[in-house]
Ligand binder design. Structure first.
Ligand SMILES: NC(=O)c1ccc[n+]([C@@H]2O[C@H](COP(=O)([O-])OP(=O)(O)OC[C@H]3O[C@@H](n4cnc5c(N)ncnc54)[C@H](OP(=O)(O)O)[C@@H]3O)[C@@H](O)[C@H]2O)c1
Length: 297
């Protein structure tokens, strides 16, 4: 027989979270981390195969892969509807806009279509998913976490397209946080520094492709310094002590803190970049970055 305390105890509701871009890297690590800590995770992937791989590594049925391409309105609508059905009136606790790609090339060589695609995935896609899920987030006075980057504080050369997206995501997050304040839905930015993930191989691949497609005379101007930049950039990631779990821990803080902060930082490099961007003039920052590139730091 149940005692009185047991008979009246109501199990705490399982908090539901949507994560975009959970097939690899940081999103994948986060999906598994949150599932292990009791959250119900709707993990956005773009293929059934990736979904099955993720499900195989999960420790429970709380992790549910869900097809979600953030640039495809139909896919967003379908994902929104299936989340709404699954939570069945309980609402969504959090949305983590993590999906992203990184275009790395001299801006003179970046075709407008490639820049549009960068912004479509990293910025417009994040807003489109947010719009679709806000009705569910309002029900819980939930949380939105937008994953940005150190490149959202300091725009490095040859990462201009990516930085444009990250600065936009940061600005959009600030406006959204202020707009949603009356509704009780909080908006946080999580800003990671360099963390070794599959993103880094894609950076070299797409960077070289972009340069190869540019007219020879233009590509020739940049080729030696771009190659040096790619090497330095990769070394930065290889030497970084920050791990995907450090990122997951910061997002966990953002979704569990009594009062979510507007920004969370992951890694000492990103803290330093953020501090320098606030303290130095543009001219001084330009000199620092040029010196760091020359000395290979
Ligand atoms: N790693 C770092 O050093 C670092 C540093 C700062 C910020 N970040 C940010 O962290 C986030 C995750 O990066 P990561 O390092 O984990 O990279 P990653 O391993 O390449 O993962 C990127 C994820 O985004 C997904 N994605 C790409 N296009 C998409 C689309 N149209 N719709 C839905 N999902 C899409 C990918 O799915 P597919 O597998 O299907 O392509 C993948 O799941 C990005 O926003 C990135 O800007 C990373």
């Amino acid at each position: 027989m149940l005692n009185r305390q047991q008979s009246t105890a109501v199990p705490p509701p399982v908090r539901a979270i949507v994560i975009t871009g959970a097939s690899s890297g940081l999103g994948r690590a986060l999906a598994l981390y949150l599932e292990q800590r009791g959250f119900r995770v709707f993990a956005g992937v773009r293929s059934e195969v990736d979904g099955e791989k993720l499900r195989a590594d999960a420790s429970s049925a709380r992790l549910q892969p869900m097809i979600l391409d953030v640039t495809d309105e139909k896919s967003i609508r379908a994902a929104g509807a299936s989340v709404s059905d699954a939570v069945d009136g309980q609402g969504l606790w959090a949305l983590v806009n993590n999906a992203g790609t990184c275009v790395s090339a001299p801006l003179e060589c970046v075709p407008p279509a490639q820049l549009r695609q960068q912004l479509d995935i990293n910025v417009i896609g994040a807003l489109a998913v947010t719009q679709a899920l806000l009705p569910q987030l309002r029900l819980t006075r939930g949380r939105i976490v937008n994953v940005s980057s150190g490149l959202g504080a300091v725009a490095l050369p040859y990462l201009g397209a990516y930085a444009a997206g990250q600065f936009a995501k940061e600005g959009m997050s600030d406006a959204l946080r202020r707009e949603l304040r009356p509704s009780g839905v909080s908006v946080s930015v999580v800003r990671p520094g360099a963390i070794m993930t599959p993103l880094w191989d894609k950076v070299r691949e797409t960077g070289n492709e972009t340069l190869n497609q540019a007219p020879d005379d233009i590509a020739g101007i940049y080729r030696p310094s771009f190659e040096r930049f790619l090497r330095l950039n990769e070394r930065r990631a290889q030497l970084s002590r920050t791990r995907p779990e450090d990122f997951a821990r910061q997002v966990f803080r953002a979704v569990t803190a009594t009062r979510a902060k507007s920004r969370y930082y992951v890694g000492t490099d990103v803290r330093l970049a953020t501090a320098l961007s606030r303290l130095l003039t543009d001219a001084a920052l330009d000199r620092c970055l040029a010196a760091a590139t020359r000395s290979g730091r």
